[in-house]
Design a protein around this ligand. Structure first.
Ligand SMILES: Nc1ncnc2c1ncn2[C@@H]1O[C@H](COP(=O)(O)OP(=O)(O)OP(=O)(O)O)[C@@H](O)[C@H]1O
Length: 280
């Protein structure tokens, strides 16, 4: 990402609409409709919503992963409004600028932990983005950066030579997080960072994420259907419902006097959790 001026939003969406184009280019499916928000430097924005509300679509578009559609599926495309990430206009992204942007935005996809290369060791998996950026990067320096990050995600250095299948789901997710952060991005986009992780270690992954964010000061957009995750990690929450942004703000403000039925149901869950944790 090209550096943005001090204080300017890291992400700026204005009336943003995104649709999927079918492979034969004959049909469209609107996934995001007229969404506007800013993400400030160093801010963590949580995105919640029901399944199919457009969370992943928004995340992958911001992370400049849209257009890298998997075989057989449609391709996400901005069809209205604008989206800026740093100084880059995502709507007018050339392939070259996209490659540059993806190197400077950490993207933790929904399946990141299971998509680690099974043939590479942990250290090779984490170091890979460094060598994709610069084939001739100093090996020793890369290994030092990898070891530092593995330590920061609170894994023992003994995992460096392990293969992904030798780790637990929570450990794999920490490795995936280390990989997403190895190039020291100014923006991290994490899609359901705790999905598929054992409930007992879920909060550990979130704590590590929050700690690293505080330490390094990157901005983050965290998608989660788990309100506990969002209230732990996010400064503000954005609520999506069928592609529409129905609320955005600090979590308590968004859930104060909610008018929309989905916001009301989330507010009830939030309230109940708060009372439970207060009573605990
Ligand atoms: N590759 C695709 N091609 C066509 N439509 C898609 C594609 N991916 C998602 N969609 C549609 O776009 C809408 C938004 O999907 P998206 O995956 O962004 O929702 P989500 O909120 O992330 O859901 P989940 O929580 O289940 O991951 C849905 O209606 C979905 O069916």
């Amino acid at each position: 990402m090209t550096a943005n001026r001090v204080g300017e939003p890291v992400v700026s969406a204005r009336d943003l609409s995104i649709h999927y184009v079918s492979r034969d280019a004959l049909s469209y499916h609107k996934a995001i409709s007229g969404v506007s928000f800013d993400l400030a430097p160093g801010e963590v924005l949580g995105v919640v919503g029901e399944s199919g509300s457009g969370k992943s679509t928004l995340a992958l578009t911001i992370a400049a992963q849209a257009g890298r559609g998997t075989a057989g599926s449609g391709t996400a495309e901005i069809c209205g409004g604008s989206l800026r990430v740093g100084n880059t206009d995502i709507r007018r992204l050339t392939r070259r600028r996209r490659d540059r942007l993806t190197l400077s935005t950490g993207y933790l996809s929904q399946g990141a932990a299971v998509s680690l290369n099974p043939q590479l060791t942990v250290s090779e998996n984490v170091a890979e983005p460094i060598f994709l950026r610069d084939r001739r990067f100093n090996q020793r320096e890369a290994m030092t950066a990898v070891a530092t990050l593995i330590d920061s995600v609170q894994l023992p250095l003994s995992v460096l030579d392990s293969l992904p299948h030798e780790l637990s789901s929570g450990q794999r997710q920490r490795v995936a997080l280390a990989r997403a952060l190895i190039l020291e991005p100014t923006l991290l986009v994490a899609d359901e960072p705790t999905r598929g992780i054992d409930a007992t270690v879920r909060s550990g992954v979130i704590d590590v994420l929050r700690e690293l964010q505080r330490e390094r000061g990157f901005s983050a957009l965290i998608v989660s259907s788990d309100l506990d995750v969002i209230s732990t990690v996010a400064d503000r929450v954005a609520v999506l419902d069928r592609g529409l942004l129905i609320g955005i703000g600090p979590i308590d403000t968004v859930f104060t006097d909610p008018q929309h039925p989905y916001l009301r149901s989330l507010a009830a869950v939030h309230d109940q959790r708060r009372r439970q944790s207060g009573a605990a």
